[in-house]
Design a protein around this ligand. Structure first.
Ligand code: COA
Length: 424
């Protein structure tokens, strides 16, 4: 048993944001049928190719546990097949450019006519308004959603983060909207439209920065390093480098080996409750009671000195030793882990967060498994489908095509090249 057993998803998504969402639903047990343009497929199949001739990691890592059907949704027979998929499925997920679905002839009104229980879930760059017609990619969303203006160092340029909060972040938001709509359908009996705009998703993840924007009206943000450094605040939430967002001063500090290893760093938070333990660990026990150092407000204008001193200590330890020493004392620290280290992490492999997957074209590769664990709905990560791998299977098993009907669809060219002998 899987949590979403029996739920059929018509997956009309491409690139990253939509596929992240449907991959999660597949891991939770939904039957995800990915509809792709014949002969072309999701553009990511052939983007950032590392193994010539094979689907890229970009595609394989976002499309596990799905079935693939090639279908031209602009061809008349293709539209008939799509109509039958809409009749049969519970959820249709898409992240086309604004208006693309309407141009295919599948407006929300038409979809409701075909199947009133259908949940139509869409990702767009912006919600309704002046930018609603824009095509949007990850970094545009990070910039338009407030992440870039609040990331980076004071005086430096706005900076995007490596975490794909615009694409994968919005995919996560949409997945929650979909399961919520499925839940509501249990009582209402009706489907509904679920929309997630990437700008909105990023802004939601930047909630604490909007909090700070409003706190500025009451005076400077005292937990920001710039306050201790005597630098005036402007009108908007500033970039705060690696300051911790929660009010407890925190920084990224060098550890042993930093001269040659770009990731030999630790995050270190001077949590007020463990100040005394910090003083003992770094060899400054007198700071526990020394005027100007003993309480958090007194230390605000000395954070550079305090962190410089802590860094003198962290530079004598590896980032893992810092963790081993500080954790038992409840001093919040965290090693800066590289992708290489994460990929090789035994613990993450044991929990299924990092998994090896075998692929017929590219061999074995590593991926991130399902990050959410359900105790009654185990996840087995299955390789992504080849383009059109399940076209005949979906036409026959899901949609009930057979005999002459099936031959007509195949001969129409709407579903791309299929193995006709196998189809028979
Ligand atoms: N059969 C026939 N045509 C198909 C098809 C199929 N199976 N699948 C897609 N197409 C067509 C679409 O109908 C569209 O045609 P149209 O322009 O005539 O309407 C065309 O392919 C291109 O689709 P589009 O979504 O415009 O792709 P794009 O490469 O031009 O734009 C994005 C890509 C991501 C910028 C755009 O889809 C977008 O803004 N999406 C919403 C936001 C988003 O998710 N962005 C992040 C992606 S990670």
């Amino acid at each position: 048993m899987k949590a979403l057993d029996g739920v059929k998803i018509l997956d009309f998504t491409h690139v990253q944001s939509g596929p992240t969402c449907t991959q999660l639903l597949a891991w939770f047990g939904a039957d995800v049928i990915k509809v792709e343009r014949p002969g072309v497929g999701d553009a990511t199949r052939k983007q950032l190719v590392d193994v010539p001739g094979a689907d890229s990691l970009y595609f394989t890592m976002l499309n596990h546990n799905k079935r693939s059907i090639e279908l031209n949704s602009k061809n008349e027979t293709g539209k008939e097949v799509l109509t039958r998929l809409i009749e049969t499925c519970d959820v249709m997920v898409e992240n086309f450019a604004p208006g693309a679905l309407d141009r295919m002839g599948f407006t929300w009104e038409r979809i409701q006519e075909i199947n009133p229980r259908m949940i139509l879930a869409s990702i767009k760059g912006f919600g309704p308004g002046k930018y609603e017609d824009c095509k949007v990619y990850e970094n545009v969303a990070q910039c338009a959603g407030g992440a870039a203006s609040t990331t980076g160092f004071l005086g430096g340029v706005p900076t995007v983060t490596g975490a794909q909060i615009g694409d994968s972040g919005t995919g996560l938001h949409l997945a929650l909207g979909i399961v919520t709509a499925l839940y509501q359908r249990e009582t209402s009996g009706r489907g509904q439209k679920v929309s997630a705009a990437m700008q909105d998703g990023v802004l939601n993840l930047c909630r604490v920065k909007l909090r700070d924007q409003q706190r500025l009206a009451a005076g400077p943000l005292k937990e920001y390093s710039q306050f201790g450094e005597g630098i005036a605040f402007g009108e908007a939430t500033p970039r705060a480098g690696n300051d911790s967002g929660g009010g407890q001063p925190g920084r990224i500090l060098k550890c042993k080996g930093w001269e040659t290893d770009p990731d030999a760093y630790t995050y270190f938070i001077t949590q007020a409750a463990v100040w005394e333990a910090i003083c003992d660990v770094i060899g400054e026990p007198e700071w526990k009671t020394k005027p100007g150092y003993a309480t958090p407000p007194e230390r605000l204008d000395k954070l550079n000195e305090v962190f410089d001193r802590i860094e003198q200590w962290t530079m004598t330890k590896t980032k893992f030793e810092v963790m081993e020493i500080c954790n038992p004392l409840n001093i919040p620290v965290g090693p800066i882990l590289s992708m290489k280290e994460l990929m090789e992490d035994d613990g993450l492999r044991e929990t299924g967060t990092i998994v090896d997957v075998d692929h017929p074209e590219r061999g074995r590769y590593v991926t991130v498994g399902c990050p959410v664990k359900l105790s009654d709905s185990p996840v087995e990560v299955v390789r992504s489908p080849l383009l059109g791998e399940h076209t005949v299977e979906v036409l026959t098993d899901v949609l009930g095509y057979g005999g002459d009907d099936l031959a007509t669809v195949i001969d129409s060219g709407a579903v791309g090249e299929v193995d006709k002998v196998a189809a028979e």
